[in-house]
Design a protein around this ligand. Sequence first.
Ligand code: RIB
Ligand code: CA
Length: 314
Amino acid sequence: MNRTPIPVIHDCDPGHDDAMALLLSQAAPEIEIRAITTCCGNQTIEKTTYNTRRICTLLGIDAPIGMGRPGPMLQDPITAANIHGQSGLDGPKLPEPAVPLSTLSAVELMAKTLEESDEPVTIISTGPMTNTGCLLLAHPELKPKIKRISMMGGGIKHGNWSPAAEFNILVDPEAADIVFRSGVPITMAGLDVTLKALILEADIARIRAIGTRISQVVADWLDFFYEFHRKIGYRGAPLHDPCAVAALLRPELFDMQDYFVQIETQGEFCRGATVGAQPGKTDQAVVPNATCLMDVDRQGFVDLIVEAVESYEN
Ligand code: RIB
Ligand code: CA
């Protein structure tokens, strides 16, 4: 039965795994990308925005692109050239952008997209949550037009950029705090699941064997992204950001548990931690504010990625 596709806004900091999240959304008939907004994270806002426009050119994504702020709400930017390279999307050569940048800022484009939609829109957030936090502060009246925020970030059990904090949250803890206090339904794809959503070398070879131009670009992206992780002992590259999309497309692939998640914005060692409590597990009575992905059928997830790459003709 053909269901109406769900309208989404992608908020991202490409980033190799952000690129894979956009590829998955664009390939899915169940999703309609209404807008893309960029944030400062893996690289500077200029680089993540340039990368977004190149990805959209490569994949034929026809959606307005709004550029975000030059940094997080309060602290100085933290970028991840050690993982994504100086460009933020090192590896294969990509086409120069053939899609324009909107004259609207990220937050203005988010607000316009929500206002103009006949139905609530899902925000897929795969970078620091600066734009979504600013949107909620500037337009509280638009909260009912946000169906859900499906985000990659955090980790109930541990961090990655610091022992306590995952990168997307650590870059802008204040923004994440605003989002998790907002009451908007949240699906949290944290490190608990994304470190299990590994793409192995054999999976990358499977993608390269598809033989199309896009499959070669994807395989080169994944080879580059795996390089950092291989050196620190991973048996595959963790496809963090596509989990936030896959949870919308194939929820049956995931183990999901409800948590009350609070963001640590203070602390010398724990700033940016996502502290999760479950009803009945602590003395304090808690009401969950997030559905957290805690495990994944890795093979089913990889098959979804491969099928998406196969769906691109060139
Ligand atoms: O910690 C992983 C997250 O940080 C991913 O979204 C990756 O793209 C980086 O933004
Ligand atoms: Ca990202």
